[in-house]
Design a protein around this ligand. Structure first.
Ligand code: 9D3
Length: 260
């Protein structure tokens, strides 16, 4: 378990993670226990073991100023639900930011935020440090948001019960872009939504991925497209690019109109 305050970058083999510019992420939440099982697995966990990223998960309740560890209260003006109070959140942010001298980019995961895109993820992956603030209940008292001035990000126009899953989505998307995080170096460049620069041309569009096939060559009477078994790599590349364009035109024409 990676507990709060255990934030020293690890030195793995001969690679000094600090020297190559590792990413530090601090998450503030009232559900700290749900992060490690997800983040500890797969690419993100391996990236941490390799020293490319480190994170701390901090329980906002630690900063409650009352013995009941209460961090929410009833909304002024009435209405259903509860609102997260200013003081515990302010104190938690001050605490985690003091754990490291690198400047932090504050991010509040909220349904009101800017819809997340791969372009935003790429921006975040270039930063040294992220502090992610996740809300529960009806949200966070606006005054502490106004004082913290975080970047506000949503993961899409659907309603979740809190910002924890969005924070984990963001961390997964950012960490897999860190140099060395993926086994196959080219994998990230061929993702759906990644910028295509084919033949070094000016094309700067985010396309959907092409279809993929593996053995057997014939399954239940269904054959793999012949070009993929031809051994002609140039033809395979051209076919894949056509498939990406055709799929994007058919399924997501909005991606072709929007500037990346
Ligand atoms: C159902 C309550 N809504 C008002 C009628 C407001 C509301 C508050 C808090 C709705 C959802 C949430 C919890 N969601 C998040 O914190 C959240 C979120 C999301 O719900 N969808 C997409 N991205 C995000 S980022 C954070």
């Amino acid at each position: 378990m990676n507990k709060d305050d255990s934030s020293m970058p690890e030195q793995i083999g001969s690679v000094d993670a600090e020297a190559v510019g590792s990413l530090r992420i601090d998450v503030l939440t009232i559900f700290p226990e749900i992060f490690e099982p997800v983040l500890g697995s797969s690419i993100v966990g391996r990236a941490r073991a390799a020293g490319l990223v480190d994170w701390t998960i901090t329980d906002i309740r630690r900063f409650a100023d009352n013995k009941h560890q209460k961090v929410d209260d009833r909304p002024f003006g009435g209405g259903p639900g509860m609102v997260m109070m200013c003081q515990p959140i302010w104190d938690a942010v001050q605490h985690v930011e003091a754990l490291d001298e690198r400047p932090a980019t504050r991010i509040h995961l909220t349904p009101q935020g800017e819809p997340c895109t791969q372009r935003i993820i790429e921006e975040l992956a270039a930063l040294p440090r992220l502090v992610l603030l996740t809300g529960r209940y009806e949200g966070i008292d606006q005054r502490v948001i106004d004082r913290l001035e975080p970047r506000e990000i949503s993961i899409g126009d659907f309603v979740l019960s809190g910002g924890e899953l969005p924070a984990m989505c963001l961390i997964d998307a950012v960490v897999r872009l860190l140099p060395g995080a993926l086994g196959h170096e080219d994998s990230a460049g061929e993702d759906s939504f990644s910028v295509i620069a084919r033949d070094g041309g000016p094309e700067n569009q985010r396309l959907l991925d092409c279809p993929h096939y593996t053995r057997p060559r014939v399954w239940e009477g269904r054959e793999v497209p012949e070009v993929l078994t031809s051994g002609d790599h140039a033809k395979v590349d051209a076919w894949r690019h056509e498939q990406r364009l055709a799929r994007t035109e058919a399924l997501r024409p909005d991606l072709l109109e929007r500037e990346s």
